[in-house]
Design a protein around this ligand. Sequence first.
Ligand code: GCW
Length: 659
Amino acid sequence: RAWLQYRSIGDEGYQKKVLSYFSSIHLDCNRDVIIDRALEEIQLAMFEMVGFSPNISQNGGSFVINVDSNLAKEGFQVKSTDSGLTLTGGSSRAVLYGIFHILREIQSETPLNTMDCYEAPKNAFRMINHWDDMNGDVERGYAGQSFFYDDYQFIKDRARIHDYARLLSSVGINALTINNVNVHQVESHLITDKYLDEVKQTSDIFNQYGITMYLSINYASPIEFGGLDTADPLDERVIQFWKQTVQHVYKRVPQLGGFLVKADSENRPGPFTYDRNHAEGANMLADALAPFGGIVIWRCFVYNCKQDWRDRKTDRARAAYDHFMPLDGQFKDNVVLQIKNGPMDFQVREPVSPLIGGLEKTNQFLEFQIAQEYLGQQRHLVYLIPQWKEVLAFDTQAKGEGTQVKDIVSGDVFDQSISGIVAVSNVGNDYNWTGHTMAQLNLYGYGRLIWNPDLSAEAIALEWTKQTFGRDHHVVDHIMQMVMPSWEIYENYTSPLGIGWMVNVSHHYGPNIDGYEYMAWGTYHFADRDGIGVDRTIETGTGYAGQYHPVNRDVYNALESCPDELLLFFHHVPYTHQLKSGKTVIQHIYDTHFKGVEQVEAMIDDWQQLKNKVDERRFKDVSERLDHQLYMAKEWRDIINTYFYRKSGIDDQHKRTIY
Ligand code: GCW
């Protein structure tokens, strides 16, 4: 149930008010399947919150629902009137969002006569990507197995998918993909008759909640099952293959939104094999999809994963920009580029990808990762919204001062026909959806934030906490104290000053400072006895800093102005280099690592205060994960501190234990 708990309302006065406002519902619009779901939701919620399920009529009632197509398509308005409340939506989907909004407010016991508002989402596309494989595994999944597939079959019991669709629409998600971007052999067949019935049935469930479904496809499908020996996007046979395949798919699944493609990335096939560029590759699919209103979502996570460490000019951080910037303006209208928030890969700290603010004539999605692949894998409590807020607030300077990422990805700055935000999901078949109960907050927060990027991280956490754990001040305060600093805490005890990684190879969990240092993936820290960091300056480094607009370029490029938290991302410095904080790099490393562990201890204290205030199962689950987090934080602290102590030979000023 996650945040859709609908606890019974304790306050008698408020309960009476709710009863009087919602005693009956006057439906002043046509019923359709989405409206039905909305009504079902409010009836269920009322029954649970006040023990009464309102009846629905076409003639009179204190709560009025109607549709007015003059409003924004996904916008809704709530108005209090003498006799009750009126909800007006721009469409059925908007009515559904309005119902969830009202239910959220009621769970916070917002006075009903002050509920007047108009809400519309900032981003048109609000999407989730699943990395589920049909064998039942979830790539980078930390919450159990897939609830879509098992043993190369769709799971027959779809109850969980139904519940999931409710959860997603309750926070305004309107699009999703259901299979991994790494499309393996079996999954390539999702667009064939072998699976299209089940694809359709799954899509129908999501459609009832206003969510459009997409599929990840294998770029080499013409070879995989088309009987061709090429996937060259300019080959007439390949063009025909895709036209026919798409036509067939849409005949069977008319509501499909389109395709998501990971091409020429981490050993996946793509147009490079045929000496074609990514615009040629994407446009060919776009032409096939256009007659059906379908779109191509094309990922920019393209880099050379076979790098030689001696080659100090090749830089993975540069790759997306180098590949895609020259193609700006060459993509068809129904292509959208999907860009990870940073130039590397969902690290605890990265600068914002310079492609955002760079591309001016291309549709774009910003990609986040809700699954905490590099952020503790849903075993550590890390609230991600503060990080994402920083990304969205970043001033790219693309059109002078004040060109923030949030306004670019929403399509407000450049004229884009498709725009929005997408994120890699963090759910699985674990009883609590997300492994760590607290990780539900990241899914909830993702939806809320991309609906309205101006919501504060506090406000979002507060809403979630009240709905998930109730309104008891004691509970709410302690949980807020735990979640709010948790990103900074994780950063403190893991990799310092923007350098990233330092994790074990392949599974990416736990400290291993040199794990990737001797691999070809291009994620180096270059630490030696004299210093650490990657020189990405224009003059002596990889030149990555030069991919930003002038103001940011200069800030990052100069050692003096580069912000501390990204220092090692842009510069190679001696351990004795003094930070803006006044500390040396080495002392900063020691201090943050000792502090991070203490902060996790404080988190545990907070949680322990909630014994008997939170149900036993969730209390115990979270306690166990926090204990594990503390164990891992100590491990990180000790391994990092010892490593840099041995490399640098410099003592901790405070003489704490370093092994
Ligand atoms: O971070 C890397 C992950 C891969 C993932 C890839 C991507 C789906 O380690 O597991 O593959 O990113 O985003 O494509």
